[in-house]
Design a binder for this molecule. Structure first.
Ligand SMILES: Cc1cc2nc3c(=O)[nH]c(=O)nc-3n(C[C@H](O)[C@H](O)[C@H](O)COP(=O)(O)O)c2cc1C
Ligand SMILES: [Mn+2]
Length: 499
């Protein structure tokens, strides 16, 4: 298992998925533009990009973008898994690891690479680190996008780790935007209520297991540090803060510590979002007053591009975690017959659509699954489309899902709409904007009608014997790749109709 971001990047380089760019690039829209075009051109094969020469910054600072991006291989390395598995296997692995929790391990300051460089007091200068402007209408330059923000609950001292954007305001202040209901926001609101500042640490360039857990809503009563340890199978190494009472990753690239003073705001945003549209317009936003910065030699600033698929940094990682959480929840409450769950990364960073494949076991089973999948903790936010398909349809294959939707769903009978569901201010379809954050969800039954299962037209399927015979001589027939696996075979037996 990799020790830190650099270690993991080494592994990424070994599988040929790291591209180092030594030509000078401009941090104003060009750096992100290159990442966007790499993804548009190479799709899932677009490499992680490490920019080593950024205009206006000394060549000691580097920027990494398209970190995990749409690459299944890089996600596999991040989870410590082989690279040649199927999506289904990564979802299965995530399902197990989510229940695995390992507390962070505090190490000695002298063993922590983060202590290589320290800036305090007047030395503090945030503008020393490359902070790209991502999109033309963004309101500023963002040092934090693929970051991890650590705050402490005023109630129970639990450390929260979440990903929140950070805009550079000046040498020692950062704009910090957390939307309503996010744990970091609940924390600072709690401190402010006591009229106390909220201590905060911003981690830039952390290991990818921490990034995966930081960007997803895990249970509020468990620190994401423990989920990250669970994903890695070993604890995240941490050290004490030097300006705060927080624990920060010992092997991160940059750790910025400071405070959010009560009701101290500055204008921040807009910002191009995961939907592929700009989100909240410029508005008053909390400010981090920076007290200390520690960083490694030649620090790497990690950047997360927000755009439509495949150029959205977190689309695939959300897809795997969201699919795993929904499937775990369906199983935990005892819903039978669930064969697979998949949230497609192209559906607005995986937030937009859930596909469940299931074996229909009783009347009403499909409606039960659709409504529950749409409302479990991982399913409720944003999701617009929830589709149920049967067990002979591979939920991970969009072509099969489209086939089921087009042959087993009669929209007038088979689509229900849930109204006033949990959405976000970022949903561009809710206008005027004061209608947000309420949304709606379509529950699409793309399973054969349960009432008429016996009458439903029979699907054309191969006999298993025929498949086996062909598979055996497949290579002799001149095909190189192994034959496709099929989901189902003809198993016709004459049956009496039972009602
Ligand atoms: C790359 C990336 C950037 C994000 N940026 C923000 C942001 O700026 N503001 C925000 O409220 N949520 C943002 N999120 C979503 C939160 O990180 C996510 O909801 C996380 O679970 C919040 O932590 P919490 O669950 O501890 O509240 C981002 C997620 C990712 C993956
Ligand atoms: Mn949290």
């Amino acid at each position: 298992m990799y020790k830190d971001l650099r270690d993991w990047l080494q592994q990424v380089e070994e599988i040929g998925e790291l591209k180092k760019v030594s030509q000078q690039v401009n941090p104003e829209e060009e750096l992100t533009g290159i990442a966007y075009m790499a993804c548009k051109t190479l799709k899932e094969k677009a490499p992680a990009l490490l920019f080593e020469n950024i205009k206006g910054y000394d060549q000691q600072s580097r920027a990494l973008i398209n970190i995990l991006g749409p690459s299944v291989n890089r996600l596999a390395l991040a989870m410590g898994l082989p690279t040649d598995l199927k999506i289904k296997d990564y979802v299965e692995a995530a399902r197990k690891r989510i229940d695995n929790r390992i507390k962070p391990l505090e190490i000695d300051q002298k063993d922590a690479p983060i202590n290589e460089n320290v800036m305090t007091g007047d030395e503090i200068d945030l503008t020393r680190f490359p902070a790209p402007k991502f999109w033309p209408l963004d309101g500023g330059n963002y040092l934090g996008t693929a970051d991890a923000i650590i705050t402490k609950s005023p109630e129970d001292s639990l450390l929260n780790v979440g990903t929140f954007r950070l805009m550079v305001q000046n040498k020692n202040q950062l704009g910090f935007y957390a939307s309503p209901g996010k744990d970091a926001r609940i924390h600072y609101e709690g401190w402010w209520k006591r009229n106390e500042p909220c201590e905060i640490a911003a981690v830039i360039g952390m290991d990818p297991a921490m990034f995966i857990t930081s960007g997803w809503e895990f249970a509020k009563n468990v620190s994401e540090y423990e989920f990250a340890g669970g994903i890695k199978g070993e604890p995240i190494e941490v050290v004490k803060g030097i300006a705060t009472d927080l624990l920060v990753p010992a092997r991160a690239e940059i750790v910025i510590e400071g405070v959010l003073r009560p009701h101290n705001y500055m204008p921040e945003g807009g910002f191009g979002e995961f939907t592929g549209y700009y989100g909240r317009p410029q508005a008053e936003t909390p400010v981090i007053d920076v007290k200390a910065i520690r960083f490694r030699n030649n620090p790497i600033v990690t950047c997360a591009l927000m755009a439509e698929y495949p150029a959205c940094e977190h689309a695939l990682m959300v897809s795997i975690i969201k699919s795993a959480l929904i499937m775990n929840d369906l199983e935990k409450i005892g819903i039978p017959g669930i064969k697979g769950v998949y949230c497609y990364p192209a559906a607005a960073a995986s937030y937009g659509m859930i596909v469940v494949s299931m074996e229909q076991k009783y009347a009403g089973h499909v409606s039960q699954v659709l409504s529950i999948a749409s409302q479990v903790a991982a399913g409720a936010y944003y999701t617009k489309w929830v589709v149920a398909v049967e067990e002979d349809v591979n939920p991970y294959d969009i072509n099969q899902v489209l086939w089921a939707m087009s042959t087993r769903c009669n929209p007038v009978d088979d689509i229900d709409i849930l109204r006033n569901t949990l959405s976000t201010w970022l949903d561009p379809t809710q206008n005027p904007a004061d209608k947000r954050p309420y949304g709606s969800k379509a529950l699409i039954n793309a399973c054969r009608e349960h009432k008429y299962l016996h009458q439903f037209a029979k699907r054309t399927r191969m006999r298993k014997e025929t498949y086996d015979k062909i598979a055996e001589k497949w290579n002799e027939l001149g095909f190189d790749a192994s034959p496709a696996e099929l989901e189902t075979y003809e198993d016709f037996v004459e049956q009496k109709k039972i009602f």
